[in-house]
Design a protein around this ligand. Structure first.
Ligand code: UT7
Length: 332
């Protein structure tokens, strides 16, 4: 979609990652893998693991609390809460409703969104549309994932990749010409089979067999997802630049989905972007699905790397298959 200049942007950000760290060396004791393979093939050194007695809504709430505080608003000012997750606390009520209650956002409608790792970008687009239409003023958007709860710790192909965490943003009005300048979403359902959690839905409800056959865990054909990601990331980034009549030289920062350093590097090279313009934190957290982009964004802003008037591209891809990108002129 091509956007006019009505100023809608991010007013505040926040993140939460669990304290417990699982290193590559810890994983060496669990499956047939090694630190060197994981670091060179993925770029990941460690990931965070959510405490057993907590769930996604806890991380979402903590990240959201910080984002609301950062925005200068109060919980009552939030009109809509969107939680992007593939690991909700339960099928229903939605995790967004649990967060609404935790935070006391008594004036907010609330729903969950599922677009796998692209969920934060889908959420940005939904938030933009709601605010643009005048239906709401302030939206709390959260990407929160407890992926280690659906990780098969006997499958070395996947268990080294994922981690838990949450990132949040409050969206609302910013001056004209600032904030979200362009958005792009896409999906290719033909590739849905490459990244799945087969059981637990209406197709395959939980049974003794589904549990025994490990059907409730993430299954992935990594090579297929890898090829799709490399194809998509650069194209989706160029798409939003073209919509805003900008060029790659106008980009100050790229905040990509944090799945694999090789995917990030090949996208960066395709785009001819220097290394210091790309935000990378997957060495610390692994792939946190829809939490990856908002956590990376929050860190880059709080570290003072991203500053007012910087042109920032957020870009991601994931299960579905889905992808999304957003061009922001940063203003806070
Ligand atoms: O958020 C979106 C979701 N997912 C992704 O973005 C993931 C996209 N895909 C990837 O990041 C990569 O495809 C992986 C990291 C999953 C795999 O890397 P790869 O370079 O594509 O490895 P591969 O699957 O081609 O496997 C190469 C070898 C295999 O051994 P053989 O068959 O050549 O003997 C694997 O069995 O590496 C082996 N291998 C491992 N070795 C040590 C696979 N996983 C491991 C491991 N430790 N953890």
């Amino acid at each position: 979609m091509i956007l006019n200049n009505k100023g809608i942007g991010i007013l505040g950000t926040g993140k939460y990652v669990p304290e417990k760290v699982l290193t590559n060396h810890d994983l060496e004791k669990m499956v047939d893998t090694n630190d060197e393979w994981i670091r060179t093939r993925t770029g990941i050194s460690e990931r965070r693991i959510l405490e057993d007695d907590k769930a996604t809504s806890f991380m979402a709430t903590e990240a959201a609390r910080k984002a609301i505080e950062d925005s200068g608003l109060s919980p009552e000012d939030i009109d809509l809460i969107i939680v992007s997750t593939v690991t909700p606390d339960m099928a229903f009520p939605s995790t967004a409703c649990l967060v609404q209650d935790n935070l006391g956002c008594t004036n907010a409608a609330a729903f969950d969104l599922e677009a796998a790792c692209s969920g934060f970008l889908y959420g940005l687009s939904m938030a933009y549309g709601q605010i643009f239409a005048g239906l709401v003023k302030n939206v709390l958007l959260i990407g929160a994932e407890a992926l280690t709860r659906i990780t098969d710790w006997t499958d070395r192909n996947t268990c080294v990749l994922f981690g838990d965490g949450a990132g949040a943003a409050v969206l609302g009005e910013v001056p004209e010409g600032k904030g979200i300048l362009a958005l792009n979403l896409g999906a290719d359902g033909r590739g849905g089979k490459y990244l799945t959690q087969p059981a637990g839905g209406s197709l395959m409800p939980a049974t003794k067999e589904s549990v025994e056959n490990r059907m409730h865990y993430i299954r992935m054909e990594g090579n297929e997802v890898f090829k799709f990601a490399v194809r998509t990331m650069a194209d989706a980034s160029m798409n939003v630049l073209e919509k805003a009549n900008m060029e790659i030289s106008d980009v100050d920062f790229l905040v990509p989905h944090q799945a694999n350093i090789r995917i990030i590097n090949s996208s960066r090279k395709k785009l001819k972007l220097p290394k210091d313009k790309v935000v990378v934190n997957l060495n610390k957290y692994g792939n946190m699905s829809s939490a990856s982009i908002p956590v990376a964004l929050d860190e880059a802003v709080k570290e003072g790397r991203i500053d007012n008037n910087d042109n920032v591209i957020l870009v991601g891809f994931g299960g579905g298959l889905t992808w999304g990108s957003c061009l922001l002129k940063w203003h806070k």
